[in-house]
Design a binder for this molecule. Structure first.
Ligand code: GSH
Length: 219
């Protein structure tokens, strides 16, 4: 039993959303770097921890292992309520919080299993290119659905930053530097997410784990 969280993660991956939540909550954690998630060796190592061969996985201080980024983020928000990273049960914003956390995980994040290695499903460069284009379009469509249904304030659910903002801030950067595509698909949400990029509590984490390199927003 340790008092520290152990997070199996990779730079630029969905694990960074959990790193961001742990950082804001000021919880002690160590990262076991799984290297690039395209790498077969890292995938085999990850299989010993998560049979889905995916990061993130979070070992809690009591030894319990959690996988599934949305579940981990929601659990952190509700287990450490003083950090106010999510509306608690009974809060009027709770249904929207659960809805959109699940939506990002199920409708958007899951497409990256297909995008990242299309050869797991189809053969040949033409089919891979088609998957690349069609998943990119589907991701934009999903961001647009969020844009149409949310009424953001400074943050996606209102005046307070939640783990939903952290989730979207990271995932909207994928799909070949997709952030500008996100801004176009979800213009109402853009300022909220820029606010997360600029949050001083996260500056060191972004610099180390998902840097804003020249051209990072894409086209
Ligand atoms: N449903 C999982 C998806 C995790 C996931 O797809 N992680 C990526 C890195 S961002 C990964 O490990 N991909 C390797 C693979 O699927 O083979 C979650 O939400 O945590």
């Amino acid at each position: 039993m340790s008092e520290t969280f152990t997070l199996y993660s990779a730079a630029g991956s969905g694990g960074v959303t959990v790193e961001a939540a742990l950082t804001i909550l000021d919880l002690p954690y160590r990262v076991v770097e799984m290297g690039t998630w395209f790498d077969d060796k890292a995938a085999a190592e990850m299989a010993a921890i998560n049979p889905m061969r995916q990061a993130p996985a979070l070992a809690l201080p009591d030894g319990t292992l959690m996988t599934e980024s949305a579940a981990i983020l929601i659990w952190l928000a509700e287990t450490y309520p003083a950090g106010r990273l999510g509306p608690p049960p009974g809060d009027p914003l709770r249904p929207a919080f659960l809805r959109w956390m699940t939506f990002v995980s199920a409708a958007i994040y899951s497409l990256f299993w297909i995008r990242d290695k299309p050869e797991r499903l189809v053969a040949g460069e033409a089919a891979a290119a088609e998957i690349n284009a069609s998943t990119k379009a589907r991701i934009a469509e999903c961001w647009a659905v969020m844009n149409d249904r949310l009424s953001p304030g400074d943050y996606l659910l209102g005046d307070r930053l939640t783990v939903l903002d952290l989730y979207v801030a990271v995932i909207s950067r994928w799909a070949e530097r997709g952030r500008k595509r996100f801004y176009r698909a979800a213009p109402k949400l853009a300022d909220c997410i820029r606010r997360v990029d600029a949050d001083p509590r996260l500056a060191a984490l972004w610099a180390e784990r998902f840097p804003f390199e020249p051209g990072w927003e894409g086209v």
